[in-house]
Ligand binder design. Structure first.
Ligand SMILES: Nc1ncnc2c1ncn2[C@@H]1O[C@H](COP(=O)(O)OP(=O)(O)OP(=O)(O)O)[C@@H](O)[C@H]1O
Length: 693
């Protein structure tokens, strides 16, 4: 494995000239686009004026045809505007890679430049830059120099890669240029990973790794489950996969057809940058709680996931844990399913009915009632009554009078064993001989763990018309935090393709989580992939996190940094003082984000208060936060999952604060948020969850 810096000044000169030429062509194309846009604008304006001035003389057909022509100009104008936008983006950094490919049968090799977007020069009739998602671009990610092949639309193309070069071009200048002979992008990757955080998640197009590329370009899997260690690039890959699919299926898939289920608004905001950076629109995003509210039509009040986790952390109540564990088990889902069957079977006490001295047989009532199991009870009774009325009409040639119609409906209603959904759900626990497993939360609300079982029951007994039928691709992040019942609900709601990703080691609520195998059970057609290489954290930080949750399969990228520090002091005052020192160092460093990750929200609030005035950029994240800015961010591990910071401080890591299984996961999530620096502080003895070196 050896990367070779390009010494040859000839090559540098050649590439500088190439860049100049691309820039010249871009400027020329931009000017052309501007002229065309101007012409469209004038054309639209003059057609509108014509339509207005001649409206009295024009007949209907003429008006329609002029309007159509205006609309056509608008559409073409929008297309050119889109092209223009992409060219403006390319201006700053037209490409990041080049390889020279000698395809079999061709006379010689030709250079292929790869960028975030495609650029076709209309004047010279030449593809100047290829989109990273184009079939030929996969050669860049999949091969080094030597024999190579790719799948073109017309079939496989084989050949030979003769040169492979990577660039970092910023503000129109080549900042870095590396020829790689053996290994993909190693130096450029190191360089990228060593940089400080940006405003949000960044795109990784220039340094996508081979195994990541295979996942991104997988357009076959109906459901793709990605289990990956912390910092392995799962979220990045999933978003790049979406961008790839939007490109690959551009005629049938648009950003409006995609939905992301994300853990919270801060995370949603954090990742919202990536798709626009890749030239796609942002996609819709929803949290599990909003989903639940929509499905229950706001009829039931319930505790939030955040509150459930807070309760667990602050009270450490064994009863709560038992309830959660039970409701997160695959067995619970099976039992609930059996219960739903039984309720449905015994729900309707049909008997022969005499209306207007005509017989409506019990078996017919029963059959018709069964047929409409996807309606809620009121609609179902009304539908059965309607069908019976029709049958009486046909069979007896008799039309019911209004009074008789009412009587029929009331009789059918009387046959239904009425109870509310909540009562039916509550009765499940008696049926399962576990009455102590149902307990309302504060204020009579449902416990969060009961929300999706209730929805599941509703779906089984009443049917729920999915409000998400339009969705063609669903992306679920942090998959480990959802239970089998939640997956059963999702499987019924979304029949579309799915990308599901997460890490079993990072459950912030291990009493209500799912292992990959449980998730697989919900999606029988799933393809599973595993990512074991961690990119986010320096080697030292990733090794340190192994002391909390060892994973024998973990591979750590060799990027070295400071050893994490564990500070144990004897008073809280000294602990706060040490944290303040680190904040000062941070303010004078090259870093942009410092995350101070606490165990509970209460501890975060207290920490935020203690640090008041230490930084102009001090922020506290809470359940209601929508986003965060660069600076010092105080939050809990629960809110920090999925995010990353240049420097992370975990305060209060004493034995009294971190000792349960759940604490272990939180500690692990906290540490693995750090890219370059990690500090743990404790007053007194440090937690035993940190295995000795
Ligand atoms: N091929 C790559 N090139 C450059 N950076 C990468 C690459 N793969 C991953 N990274 C970086 O690694 C970090 C982690 O990526 P990401 O957040 O997508 O991982 P994750 O697996 O979802 O993490 P976690 O589960 O810990 O939240 C990001 O900074 C990302 O840019």
């Amino acid at each position: 494995m050896s990367n070779m810096n390009v010494e040859s000044s000839m090559a540098k000169l050649e590439e500088a000239r190439q860049l100049e030429s691309v820039q010249f062509r871009l400027e020329r194309a931009l000017k052309e686009a501007d002229d065309r846009l101007q012409a469209y604008q004038e054309d639209i304006q003059s057609q509108k004026e014509y339509l207005w001035n001649s409206r009295d003389e024009m007949d209907h057909i003429e008006k329609i045809s002029t309007r159509d022509s205006i609309q056509q100009s608008v559409t073409t104008g929008e297309f050119v505007l889109g092209q223009r936008k992409r060219m403006v983006k390319l201006r700053k950094s037209p490409y990041f890679g080049r390889f020279d490919f000698h395809a079999e049968g061709d006379e010689k090799a030709r250079p292929v430049y790869i960028g975030v977007h495609h650029f076709y020069d209309e004047v010279d009739k030449e593809h100047v830059v290829f989109d990273w998602r184009a079939p030929i671009a996969s050669l860049f990610y999949d091969y080094e120099t030597g024999p190579a092949k790719y799948e073109a639309p017309d079939g496989q193309v084989s050949g030979d890669i003769q040169l492979k070069r990577q660039f970092r071009i910023r503000h129109g200048q080549i900042e870095l240029m590396i020829d790689s002979a053996v290994n993909v992008v190693d130096d450029v990757l190191q360089d990228e990973l060593g940089r400080a955080t940006d405003d949000g998640m960044k795109n990784i197009v220039a340094t996508i790794q081979r195994d990541q590329n295979a996942i991104i370009r997988n357009d076959q899997a109906k459901t793709l489950i990605i289990q990956g260690v912390a910092g392995s690039g799962k979220t990045s890959i999933a978003l790049h996969r979406i961008a790839f699919l939007l490109y690959r299926f551009k005629d049938t898939l648009t950003s409006e057809d995609i939905l992301i289920i994300s853990p919270n608004s801060v995370f949603a905001d954090y990742i919202s940058n990536v798709l626009p950076e890749l030239g796609e629109e942002t996609v819709n995003e929803i949290g599990m709680e909003t989903l639940a509210k929509e499905l229950l039509k706001d009829q039931y009040r319930f505790q939030s996931f955040f509150e459930q986790t807070a309760e667990l952390l602050e009270k450490n109540d064994e009863e709560v844990k038992r309830r959660l564990r039970y409701k997160a088990s695959p067995d619970f889902l099976k039992q609930l399913g059996r219960y739903a069957d039984e309720v449905e079977k015994n729900r309707f006490a049909s008997e022969d009915l005499w209306i207007a001295r005509r017989l409506v047989p019990g078996w017919l009532l029963e059959e018709t009632f069964r047929k409409h199991r996807n309606l809620d009870t009121t609609a179902r009774v009304a539908q059965v009554a309607r069908e019976m009325e029709q049958k009486i009409g046909i069979q007896y040639n008799y039309d019911l009078m209004p009074e008789q119609r009412k009587e029929l409906k009331a009789a059918i209603k009387g046959m239904v064993k009425q109870s509310t959904l909540r009562e039916t759900y509550k009765r499940f626990f008696d049926w399962a001989d576990q009455p102590e497993m149902f307990k309302p939360a504060k204020g009579g609300r449902l416990e969060y763990a009961d929300v999706f079982p209730l929805i599941y029951l509703k779906m089984r007994l009443e049917g729920v018309r999915s409000p998400y039928r339009r969705v063609k691709h669903l992306l679920i992040d942090e998959m480990q935090d959802y239970t089998p019942v939640q997956y059963a609900v999702i499987a019924r709601l979304f029949s579309c393709k799915k990308t599901i990703l997460g890490d079993a080691y990072q459950s912030v609520n291990p009493y209500s989580s799912s292992a990959t195998d449980d998730i697989r059970t919900a999606f029988r057609d799933a393809t599973c992939v595993t990512l074991n290489k961690s990119y986010r954290s320096s080697y030292e930080i990733a090794q340190f996190a192994q002391r909390i949750s060892p994973n024998p399969d973990l591979e750590i990228i060799e990027r070295h940094g400071d050893e994490p520090e564990v500070l144990s002091v004897n008073t809280r005052k000294k602990e706060i003082a040490a944290i303040k020192d680190r904040i000062e160092e941070f303010e004078n460093s090259r870093f942009n984000t410092l995350g101070i990750i606490c165990k509970t929200q209460k501890q975060a609030r207290r920490m935020h208060k203690a640090l008041e005035g230490e930084s102009d950029r001090l922020q506290l994240l809470s359940e209601d936060s929508q986003s965060f800015a660069p600076g010092v961010i105080v939050c809990t591990a629960h809110l920090a999952k999925g995010l990353e910071f240049d420097h992370v401080i975990l305060p209060e890591v004493g034995q009294a604060n971190y000792f349960t299984d759940m604490d272990r996961n939180l500690l692990y999530v906290g540490c693995t948020r750090a890219m370059h620096r990690l500090t743990l502080t404790a007053t007194g003895e440090v937690t035993g969850l940190l295995a000795p070196v």
